[in-house]
Design a protein around this ligand. Structure first.
Ligand code: PMP
Length: 426
């Protein structure tokens, strides 16, 4: 038995499902999860000594590659001065200033410790600021596991929220309305009916939790316009897209200014960090300036801030996003060509360093329904054929893929060759 299999067996006695976050259990693809010993550059090394080219990048944070020397050194230096103060430290101020410079719509910033905390806090703020309870999210968008956000659409087009998980009271979920991503007329109808009760729209400006689906032309602009018309707060959840699709996030790519933005992943360089921020007049409602309560013992933690600052400093260097985008395009083009050569129907999406592979004969995939109609069985077989060849893809057909700057031409060529072989065997 492999060491991974042994660990997984052991883990299941004391950790629910053997993992600390469900997708890691490989439930949707089957098989045994790989336990990781160490990671460096573009590679993960499992406890059995096998090397993998990694396209998850810790689900996004590892834009510079694993174990980047500048981030590692910043963490070591900060750790030498103490691990947590529970009091303000200089790095928090620098971090807020840097975030505000890189993402100018974030005039004020509050640091938290995860993406979930960032979105949960932004929603509370939007509700507190507007005095309204109802929020709008999109089908297939994930914003962390706070109660208000764990709500899916029913089969009807415009449904009242149905809790996605036991433990979320229906009375609570009813304040979450869901609408179709990239369907502006449907959303306009929802606002026409209930717009005066809607506190906010929260959206992944590029959807990354139903594979990778970019916004249709005019969709984000339409959200902005509806929020302005009805006095609702527009929240861009850039936990995934922030510093990933461009240095200024999706809001820079699509030139739409949200009222609030949530960040996570890359902003911590691998440490547990999130942030939310936005318009000064809205952020001034947060405690201790205003009445909307939000707090955190470890928020602005000095080690996390040091890692995040080092990451943001590195990615601010010239050429980073051109290189990342070019690498991603090279990979996507290579995989698409291999699929075509082998007669495997495949559609791809890409925004900057974020990509999606769809086992679908459609010429483009633009919404949740299409994403869920892809050939999931083909994906599962492809996933395992790639894993056997040392290519680590997300173990779910509904996750975006991520590249890093550490992925070399050789890594990309090896990945494309592995895909070619996998397509032959599908
Ligand atoms: N928002 C988005 C867009 C995400 O992709 C995620 C996590 N993948 C979250 C929020 C939640 O972040 P976390 O897992 O750090 O709580």
């Amino acid at each position: 038995m492999s060491l991974s299999a042994e660990l997984f067996q052991r883990a299941q006695h004391t950790i629910p499902g053997g993992v600390n976050s469900p997708v890691r259990a490989f439930k949707s693809v089957g098989g045994t999860p790989i336990f990781i010993d160490r990671a460096d550059g573009a590679y993960l090394y499992d406890v059995d000594g096998k090397r993998y080219i990694d396209y998850i990048g810790s689900w996004g944070p590892m834009l510079l590659g694993h174990n980047h020397p500048a981030i590692r050194q910043a963490v070591i230096d900060a750790a030498a001065k103490g691990l947590s103060f529970g009091a303000p430290c200089p790095a928090e101020v620098t971090m807020a200033e840097l975030v505000s410079t890189l993402v100018p719509s974030m005039e004020m910033v509050r640091m938290v410790s995860s993406g979930t905390e960032a979105t949960m806090s932004a929603i509370r703020l939007a509700r507190g600021y507007t005095g309204r309870n109802t929020i709008v999210k999109f089908e297939g968008c994930y914003h962390g596991h706070a109660d208000s956000l764990l709500v899916k659409a029913g089969s009807g087009a415009l449904t009242l929220g149905v809790p996605n998980s036991p433990g979320v009271p229906a009375d609570f979920a009813k304040y979450t309305l869901t609408s179709e991503f990239n369907n502006l007329p449907q959303l306009a109808q929802l606002f026409a009916e209930q717009g005066n009760d809607i506190a906010c729209i929260i959206v992944e400006p590029v959807a990354g939790n139903m594979n990778c689906i970019p916004p249709a032309p005019g969709f984000l602009q339409g959200l902005r316009q509806l929020c302005d018309q009805y006095g609702a707060v527009l929240i861009f959840d850039e936990v995934m897209t922030g510093f990933r699709v461009a240095l200024g996030g999706a809001q820079a790519v699509y030139n739409v200014k949200p009222d609030l933005t949530t960040l996570g992943k890359i902003i911590g360089g691998g440490m547990p960090v999130g942030a939310f921020g936005g318009r000064r007049d809205i952020m001034q409602h947060i405690a201790p300036l205003g009445p909307v309560y939000q707090a955190g013992t470890l928020s602005g933690n000095p080690i996390a801030m040091a890692a995040g600052l080092a990451a943001l400093t590195e990615i601010s260097k010239p050429g980073v996003y051109d290189a990342l985008t070019a690498k991603t395009t090279q990979l996507i083009n290579g995989i698409s060509a291999a699929a075509a050569r082998n007669g495997v129907p495949m559609t791809t999406n890409q925004v900057g360093g974020m990509f999606g592979l769809f086992f679908s004969a459609e010429t483009s995939v633009t919404n949740f329904k299409q994403a869920t109609e892809c050939n999931i069985e083909a994906f599962k077989r492809f996933f395992h054929l790639m894993l056997q060849q040392g290519i680590y893809l997300a173990p779910s057909a509904y996750e975006a893929g991520f590249l890093s700057l550490a992925h070399s031409d050789d890594d990309l060529s090896a990945t494309i060759a592995a895909a070619d072989l996998a397509f032959k065997q599908l």
